[in-house]
Design a protein around this ligand. Sequence first.
Ligand code: B12
Ligand code: SF4
Ligand code: SF4
Length: 344
Amino acid sequence: MNSTEKMIQNKAYELGYEKCGIIPIQAMEGYREKVEERIQKAPASEQFYRKKHGWLADLQEDYPWAKSIIVVVSRYGKYRIPESVKNHIGKHYLTDTRIDVNTKEYQSKLDMDQYLQELGIRIDSDSKFGLVGLRWAAMQAGLGIVRRNNFFYTESGSWVYLGAWLTDREMNLRETTNLPPCPKNCNRCIAACPTHSLSEPYTMLPNSCVSFLTTFGGRDLVQDPLSRNFKSFIYGCDICQDVCPMNKGKWQEYEEFPGLSELAPSLTLENILNMDESLYKEKIQPKFFYLTPEDSWKWKVNVLCFMRNNYQEKYKPAILAACKNETSKVREMAQSVCDEMGLS
Ligand code: B12
Ligand code: SF4
Ligand code: SF4
């Protein structure tokens, strides 16, 4: 069969995507229910989901022309992660292809856009945050399963990035998967979540997730008791994926991510604290775009938070120097660490 669906899927494989499926827009109907279920189970998430991402559940109102969704999966669990940033920065953010023009994934997205347009298909997509609930869409397309930690898994584990295009064509191309479910009594992800954001299967509270508190949110880390529980992370968090037995052996470092080994030395704890504005604006911010060009202080506060939580004598000079930082928020955090640790 050489249907349009098959042609699109073949193109996706040719471009290097691990998986591709297509679902009718109606397949997203159950998603709204799941978001409501989430809000009921974790009422504090309501503000987050309704304010920021409520639109993910309102597809047919927002895109009345849309008839189907093409969903793709790409593996990022193949990139070499430099030791100096391992377990400090979320791996998805280190290997982020969403706006990095130097990556082949970014180019593949553009090639796919062009291919679909050449087929005469009207499309819309958003590489940064997605226009649809991507995990639900990928699951409906039969590309893998969602596990108790809320992550979407394929044969490559959860180290996969999802993408989607809304289209104006009636199309349907579903795959099947034989992935085993979570072992009956496993709750490793829930037990390991340091802030109890992941409190029960298929539920998490975004507002208390380390990944949120070290990026978009968490701007009063001096006062926030949750900031004591960030473990080794200073930007993002991978703990509920790292501990999962279904991810065992799935991160296989066989490829270099463009520019990452060159950037890693700038991302050591001490170098972040000493980072000057031009380096931040030119090299760091464009990659870690959740924080704005004015937000270098947030990185510094996150590092001071780490140094407090994981204190070692070697951090003392950097913490003392940060007490004289030009930004008051950095000084405030550094001073509070000094007071608590008795440093002078
Ligand atoms: C907002 C957002 C965030 C927020 C809030 C996270 C959240 N989970 O709500 C913050 C900033 C915290 C965040 C952080 C991260 N994110 Co994020 N995020 C998103 C975004 C843009 C929307 C997610 C959302 O609002 N979902 C609403 C909730 C209610 O639904 P859902 O999780 O999408 O899916 C539900 C259904 O699938 C349902 N479901 C399916 N089957 C079943 C079965 C049962 C029985 C039940 C009950 C439910 C159920 O379960 C899920 C939860 O209920 C998506 C992209 C997108 N457009 O989907 C990326 C996305 C979820 N993030 C992603 C990643 C990688 C991360 C980080 C790991 C980055 C990092 N290293 O720090 C962290 C992980 C944090 C975490 N524990 O989730 C990936 C996940 C890939 C994957 N393999 O699953 C996505 C899909 C982005 C992408 N393009 O690939 N993220
Ligand atoms: S990413 Fe970290 S903080 Fe967020 S739910 Fe998972 S383990 Fe908890
Ligand atoms: S840690 Fe266990 S319960 Fe959690 S997602 Fe992995 S297999 Fe499922």
